[in-house]
Design a protein around this ligand. Structure first.
Ligand code: WT7
Length: 627
């Protein structure tokens, strides 16, 4: 653990001057079945990145066997159910290990082998973690899909990954709703042909249909299974998981992370940023369906032997004091959430946190989107009581772990800044022509110039897409898609996406995806989607649509929202829908989104160069429709 600025500077220096030495030193903390014989091979042109070459390991041996003698009876997962009156559950490391072994054996009986893809579409319950770790134990590649995604999104992911198995539940408790998850899975499977087995956790006792010889109850599969299971021998560069994420074009892509590098980087970052010690309780409020859940609910904390709190419900149920009550109830020491949750809870007023002492908190964190000054200050003073370092952590699904962040007691937070890169991370700002901007007090495209252990290796089944998306815009660099500013001291402030990706409540949504969904609606002829500032969500979704007058009906807004919800999921529903007579297009037919972004945020001036527009007059007409 880094303890001082001096130590940080020393580590950073070594990590840059001799990255291989730096990371191989840290890798000594892990249990290798056989050691790696070279630390790194890389080029950002193909791209090809390999870490800890020829090392053999199993990440679950590093969670369990490596540490068990010290933490056998320590709580691994502290589970808080949706219902605030229901009892919380504590699962020790030893119990979790037994459950993982049992379920690993169950998966093997269902013919799942190393390299097979397994979809996990589950609520926030410990069995979801068991499912992830069991896949890792036997070398199957898990792909967790956020259970808020629609059947259609789920079938896309099944098809892209050619998954053999889905692990799911009958239903999900979410606030005062029960979501019929198994029904969504049944619907999704209809449009796929690779699924052989569905394993269903009974969470809500709701009625579900179970297809013979395909669907099995989770509890039946583990009954009578041994609590021992030999870990599969994995190469450092074998895939650990696929996680789908949206980009500026096409359908979501499967970001691939591998066993060795991901393991090392998730533990390294968890330890240093959250500084969790002894019996302290750590809580990250993300869903396991996102990378934050993977790295900082499951792998980082469990590799570090921490107690990770897992919450099934939502921040506003039974009322908006729920987070703060959980912090007091379980004496949470490190708390990690998203700006959108902070802004939402702030909007309910002071009464909801006033009765919670929050005095166990030592570190508070933020992730997923830029945090505005007002939310930063509210969080810092009302939740952190001006005494907890607020770590604004910048990273991405593709980076696997936190890249730029304050470190408690080491790197001072600065409001709205993610501050400094962690050891091993070499950020760089490039101008639009790809030239490095070396000075400070500048803005540019945020790129990374050297690999770190948990950089994505490929996009599943389509390496060319990986190359095109991340390694082609600026040759020789990993391009993050974000713009950033660097201040006098070298601190980074993330300004947001510079591509056609909208960050809604910390969730990445591609404009093209939403447009495709909207265009499924029969009354829509064409659409263009942009992000605009939204008080709670950070960015909202604004859809400009051209409508077929013959199909027009008054409920078009609801209908379009429903179409998007069916097609992608409720998180992608447009907040604003505006009928327009046309869209601003260049001669090559490309929509000039920059103009639409301005109009959507009520900024009707200085559109810049519009001379390449095929139909410059349309801008005025759209503004008229907006006013
Ligand atoms: C995008 C990645 C990383 C886990 C959650 C989101 C934005 C993320 C911050 C931050 C400003 C941030 C970026 C990034 N982002 N963290 N601290 N400050 N922006 O993962 O879905 O892969 O999205 O989220 O725009 O590119 P993701």
């Amino acid at each position: 653990m880094i303890k001082s600025k001096k130590e940080y500077l020393k580590e950073y220096e070594l990590s840059i001057s001799n990255p291989e030495k730096f990371w191989s030193n840290y890798a000594k903390n892990f249990q290798w079945i056989s050691p790696f014989n070279k630390v790194l091979n890389w080029n950002f042109d193909e791209p090809k990145v390999e870490w800890f070459i020829n090392g053999k390991l199993n990440i679950t041996e590093n969670i369990f066997e490596r540490n068990l003698s010290k933490i056998r009876d320590k709580t691994a997962i502290l589970w808080e159910p949706n219902d605030s009156d229901a009892e919380a559950k504590k699962i020790t490391y030893n119990q979790l290990f037994s459950q993982v072994c049992q379920f690993s054996n169950a998966l093997k009986k269902k013919n799942i082998r190393k390299g097979d893809r397994v979809i996990i579409y589950m609520p926030m319950v410990p069995e979801a973690v068991v499912a992830m770790l069991s896949c890792a134990r036997i070398g199957a590649i898990h792909s967790v899909v956020f259970a808020g995604f629609s059947a259609n999104s789920l079938s896309d992911r099944i098809n892209d990954s050619r998954a053999k198995v889905i692990i799911t539940s009958d239903g999900n408790f979410r606030g005062n709703k029960i979501i019929p998850v198994k029904k969504i899975v049944d619907e999704a499977i209809k449009k796929t042909n690779s699924i052989e087995t569905v394993i269903v956790l009974n969470r809500t006792n709701m009625d579900v249909s179970m297809k013979k010889d395909r669907d099995y109850w989770y509890h039946d599969t583990v009954e009578n299974e041994s609590t021992e299971s030999k870990a599969e021998i994995m190469d450092s560069e074998d895939s650990l998981f696929i996680l789908y994420t949206s980009g500026s074009t096409g359908s979501p892509k499967g970001v691939v992370h591998t066993c060795g590098g991901y393991m090392i980087y998730s533990q390294y970052t968890f330890e240093n940023i959250f500084q969790n010690k002894n019996d302290e309780i750590y809580w990250c409020t993300a869903d396991i369906g996102w990378i934050t859940g993977h790295s900082y609910i499951v792998y980082g904390p469990l590799l570090s032997g921490a107690t990770t709190l897992m919450f099934e419900g939502v921040p506003t149920y039974p009322d908006p004091s729920r987070f703060w009550k959980i912090v007091d109830k379980h004496k949470v020491n490190q708390f990690y959430t998203a700006p959108t949750a902070i802004r939402a809870l702030q909007s309910f007023g002071d009464n909801y946190f006033k009765n919670s002492s929050l005095d166990t908190l030592k570190v508070i964190g933020s992730v997923g989107e830029p945090i505005n000054l007002e939310a930063w200050n509210w969080y810092n003073s009302n939740i952190g009581k001006d005494k907890c370092p607020l770590v604004d952590t910048w990273w991405q699904t593709e980076t696997g772990g936190i890249m730029i962040s304050p470190i408690p007691g080491v790197i001072e937070p600065k409001p709205t800044y993610a501050t400094l890169p962690l050891p091993g991370i070499q950020p760089i700002l490039l101008d639009n022509n790809g030239n490095e901007i070396k000075e400070n007090e500048v803005e540019g495209n945020l790129c990374i110039k050297y690999p770190w252990p948990s950089i994505l290796r490929t996009t599943y089944g389509d390496h060319e897409r990986c190359k095109k998306t991340y390694f082609s815009t600026f040759k020789g660099y990993y391009f993050t898609g974000d713009g950033a500013k660097r201040d006098k001291e070298g601190n980074y402030r993330i300004l947001g996406r510079v591509d056609d990706v909208i960050n809604v409540s910390g969730h990445r949504i591609g404009t093209a995806e939403v447009e495709n969904a909207i265009n499924e609606n029969p009354s829509v002829i064409e659409s263009a989607v942009v992000g605009y500032p939204h008080k709670i969500k950070g960015q909202g979704i604004f859809a400009f649509i051209i409508i077929d007058k013959n199909q027009y009906n008054q409920n078009y807004k609801d209908e379009i929202r429903n179409t998007v919800s069916d097609y992608i999921g409720p998180i992608a529903k447009p907040d604003e829908i505006l009928i327009v007579p046309g869209l601003p297009k260049t001669r090559s037919g490309k929509i000039m989104r920059r103009i639409l972004r301005k109009i959507a945020s009520n900024d009707f001036e200085n559109f810049g160069d519009t001379s390449t527009l095929l139909n410059p007059d349309i801008v005025k007409e759209i503004i008229e429709s907006k006013k």
